[in-house]
Structures are given as C-alpha cells and as structure tokens.
Design a protein. Sequence first.
Length: 65
Amino acid sequence: MIQLNYNNLDGETQSYLHSLSKKDVERRFGVQLWAHAVKYGLDHEKLLEEETIRNLYNYKYVFNI
C-alpha cells in the first residue's frame, strides 16, 4: 500500500480530483458559502475555489499496487 498526498499526483489526476472536490464542496456547503459571500461581499467563485483546495488536503489517497 502506498500513501500519497495531493502534490504527489500527476496533473491529470489532480484536475480530476479537483473537479470531484469542487462538486463535493458545492453539495455539502454550497448554500452556506453563498450566504457567507453575500453577507461579507466576497467573490463566491473565489471562496468556492479556496474551499475546494482546502477540501483536497483532507482526502487520503491510498493506492494498492
């Protein structure tokens, strides 16, 4: 078993995981992020992107070879 973090993965895999993470963040926190962005006058897309990246580092990547 090999354990890797997000930075150890190739670009294509990082892009794929980024898109999955973005969907996950939108599903779990979309309404809260939108309300926070409106309340504090923040850019919703930028806030979503920051949370997506933060979410990526909470994943554990395990590969069985």
